[in-house]
Design a protein around this ligand. Structure first.
Ligand SMILES: [Fe+2]
Length: 178
């Protein structure tokens, strides 16, 4: 017996966004994103998360502190999980998942010091938080809304973990935005 479903099986069995569920969800709000706007949002988040996953993974290997490595590894796992979630929703909405990686990765890797990289990583996570906060009320698809809400909450938690890490290194001055 096969343990995993092939991509083709998953694609055929995927749960398509339902117009009816969109109408039932928060009926009073009508200014929802179109499918095209949702795909644009999801692909921009996917590119950012891919950059984040690679950057945090690289940082976790560069750290000489076991606790820092563990914190960064956990954040990298979350970033990777969100790449998969975003990809699945893009396919649900009949879109093509972007294969690009956000410029953010090159910007982080170009920095000299570990602490500068952590600071820019924090800015990147804050960008995602603001993007999600601005978009959630315009997502009419309940399943996508739930997953993006989870993504927002996990990013807020991970930003606190990263802030604690920077505090312990004595490099945090303004939590979340410096
Ligand atoms: Fe992220």
């Amino acid at each position: 017996m096969k343990k995993y479903k092939s991509f083709g099986e998953k694609f055929r069995n995927r749960e398509l966004p339902q117009k009816s569920s969109r109408c039932m969800f928060r009926e009073s709000e009508t200014d929802f994103f179109s499918d095209e706007e949702i795909l644009e949002l999801l692909n921009s988040l996917l590119e950012a998360e891919r950059a984040g996953a690679r950057a945090v993974s690289a940082l976790s290997h560069q750290s000489d502190d076991t606790a820092d490595r563990s914190t960064l590894h956990e954040i990298a796992v979350d970033e990777g999980r969100f790449c998969a979630m975003l990809t699945n929703h893009i396919i649900r909405f009949n879109g093509l998942p972007s294969l690009k990686t956000g410029e953010f990765l090159n910007k982080i890797m170009a920095l000299e010091s570990f602490d500068e990289k952590l600071e820019l990583l924090d800015r990147g996570q804050f960008w995602v938080v603001r993007k999600l906060q601005g978009a959630l009320s315009r997502i009419g698809d309940e399943k996508l809304h739930d997953d993006l809400m989870d993504m927002l909450e996990v990013h807020e938690i991970n930003m606190k973990s990263a802030a604690a890490l920077r505090t312990s290194r004595g490099t945090l001055t303004t939590p979340g935005v410096n």
